[in-house]
Design a binder for this molecule. Sequence first.
Ligand code: GDG
Length: 483
Amino acid sequence: MGKTIIISNRLPVQLQISEGGIVATPSVGGLATGMKSIHNSGESLWIGWSGLTDEETPEELNDAINIALEKHNCSKVNLSQEEMEGYYFGFSNRTIWPLFHYFMEYTEFELDFWESYKSVNQKFADAILENSDEDDIIWVHDYQLMLVPQMIKEKRPNAVIGFFLHIPFPSYEIFRTIPWREELLSGLLGADLIGFHTYDYERHFLSSVRRLLGLEVSFNDINIGNRVVKVDSFPMGIDYKKFRDAAIAHNALAPENRSVLQKRLDDHKISAPDTKLILSIDRLDYSKGIAKRISAFEYFLNKYPEYKEKVRLVILAVPSRSNVPQYQLLKKEIDELVGRLNGELSTVNWTPIWYFYRSMPFKNLIDLYISSDIAWLTPLRDGMNLVAKEYIATRIDKTGVLILSEMAGSAYEMNEALLINPNNFEHQAETLKKAITMPKKEQMARNMFLQKRLERYNVEVWAQEFMTALKNQIENNEAFVSK
Ligand code: GDG
């Protein structure tokens, strides 16, 4: 085998153009961390968009940008503003994203978006073909690039291709509504291995393949004539050690060296030792159920008024896709909900919700995880949800309660958490009460199991297992062809 080619919409680096030149700094996202072990070991090339459109990239700096990216073994696909509008903000985030998260009412079927998605996927496929050799292993990531596997396979039938979907795959009844459903499935079937976070997503995909393409499916193998495509689930883990080490280092800090946020959180603990901090962290996205969570919190406070001044909800909502109208509306809705609830219930000593609409540096994320007694994550749909795993990883003394939506992929592996249906306010109110009053011993017993599992199935293991399954599949196919 040759080198590994990783393809995702965004490259795992941030570019900064200043008078001093171009600087590329590695990004800290889950995918970047997950692939690090593969990207940094041996030969690997990562292909993706740089984060700057053609219009934002000064012509004379193009070479310098390419050199800066090369240092990180990255190569960029150039995209114009118009392409971003159609392919990314359009088809990816106004068609696929809402539909795959079961938000039919937000889904737009626009021919122009589709045309743009096809042509940009072709651009990615061409960049891969240009930058790779016959014996390289190609790993394509996520919903923005579902046509790429087939586009590569057409030109290079012996290419070894894996595809991983980071978001849910919806049921057949939902998926069948897409006008270009067969093309999307065929696009994916260019891969030799297709991975999902959970068995349910895998099952939904197989059902769509069987019913829409009429292909023969046996267990998780799809026979497409000259080869077999394997479909499997690979629940993504986190960089457990990184979160754990950060929490240990954080606890060792002298009080004067703590961040401003941590000092504020410490003051809160001292001035109101009986007040529990409840944390939620998400991108500001309708799939994450932030607005419903605020309403459920209000329901809880009205049902159990004895907890007024005894709990505080900290919401970190990270700005996301603010060009898409639905996200602008959601931002407005959340601003209003928080404003109204705080306005109605605040007292001189207490603000029920602390709301941050921004992205925070990693160390502040750790401050929040460490200082919160409860993490309350209520996605209406979520492919996995890594925040749930990160919260548990930082609980050094094993205390802390995780309340997690059943609709998150991570709920399948985190049975010891308190699982809730985000639409059921009554049950959530009971669960919040249970979390607030849960004895430390019980918290520790639950978290012990969770931590063991997270440590064992960390993100490195996830990436290695996918690569091993891909290599095995190629061997199986070679045997299949020579039969
Ligand atoms: C997609 C799928 C799937 C968040 N705020 C800050 C920050 N974060 C980091 C978290 C976590 C990541 O962002 C968010 O990951 P999630 O998994 O929770 O959610 P999505 O962004 O929607 O990711 C999801 C995932 O892909 C992986 O396959 O689990 O279902 O939707 O790592 O720590 N990091 C920093 N500052 C912040 O303010 N530094």
